[in-house]
Design a protein around this ligand. Structure first.
Ligand code: DGL
Length: 257
């Protein structure tokens, strides 16, 4: 099967990495809209237009399914895209449900981009779970920039966490939800920052499992037989070399997410 994974930038590589691990027999397209990253602090209509343009270009490549490996684009455009395209459009959703269920009465902190946190999709999810009084929201757009710049191990990341958390009573939280795929690069760093006292969870594995089920459902016997990893990269509509993204894939391999 030919699967496209889309993100504003390098965040969706974390989904690609997991999908390739779980389904190495698929053919993948990774599309990063690097000309326009970040999406999370842009105007909603602009993000919708950019996402539609990217998905149109991806669709023309003849894919069997598209993963919006971007919580921000999912919040704004997933439902609208599903009305337009007949192929499966798989979105991401901050893992608030498992967080609320497994926090033994303590609070949940959802970290995401400003736009994801503002959107009704997340608000509706929290409402449905009757968890408005148990969930706090924290914008962390700076981490998107760090990931794009490959600032993973630097003191700048710790300084950011200090800045964000110094004025908060973090002892009230049991779970941190990473509601942006760019944040996955920092998952272990965040766990360590809180001395492993908090669950730090994300929606990547759930999305990959969902993708696998969908592909099984529409299986057309188009599996690659040799199990070789195959990815074609695109940057804002142009073909790109895998070497442009190799550093990120190597880092993810090292993290072993
Ligand atoms: N990786 C994206 C997300 O999951 C968006 C980051 C951005 O472009 O601001 O929300």
């Amino acid at each position: 099967m030919k699967v496209a994974i889309f993100d504003s930038g390098v965040g969706g590589l974390t989904v690609l990495y997991s999908a390739m691990k779980q389904m190495p027999y698929n053919e993948y397209i990774y599309y990063a809209d690097l000309d326009n990253v970040p999406y999370g602090n842009k105007d909603k209509d602009l993000v919708n237009r950019l996402t539609f343009r990217a998905v149109e270009q991806i669709y023309d490549l003849g894919v069997d399914a598209i993963v919006l490996a971007c919580n921000t684009a999912t919040s704004i455009s997933a439902d609208l895209l599903r009305n337009k395209y007949e192929i499966p459009i798989i979105g991401m959703e901050p893992a608030v449900k498992p967080a609320v269920m497994n926090s033994s009465g303590k609070r949940v902190l959802v970290m995401a981009t400003e736009l994801t946190l503002k959107e009704s999709k997340l608000k509706n999810l929290i409402d449905r779970l009757e968890a408005t009084d148990k969930v706090d929201l924290l914008p962390m757009s700076e981490m998107v920039d760090f990931a794009e710049e490959m600032v993973f191990e630097s003191e700048r990341v710790t300084d950011l966490l200090d800045r964000k958390f110094s004025h908060m009573d973090v002892s009230v939280y049991k779970t941190v939800v990473l509601g942006c795929t760019h944040f996955i690069y920092f998952k272990q760093k965040i766990e360590k920052y809180f001395n492993y006292s908090m669950n730090v969870i994300d929606g990547n594995q759930g999305t990959v499992n969902h993708l696998e089920k969908i592909l099984q459902g529409i299986g057309k016997g188009k599996y690659l037989r040799d199990g070789k990893k195959s990815v074609q990269y695109y940057v804002s509509g142009r073909k790109a070399k895998s070497s442009e993204f190799q550093g990120y894939m190597d880092y993810l391999e090292m993290l072993d997410i």
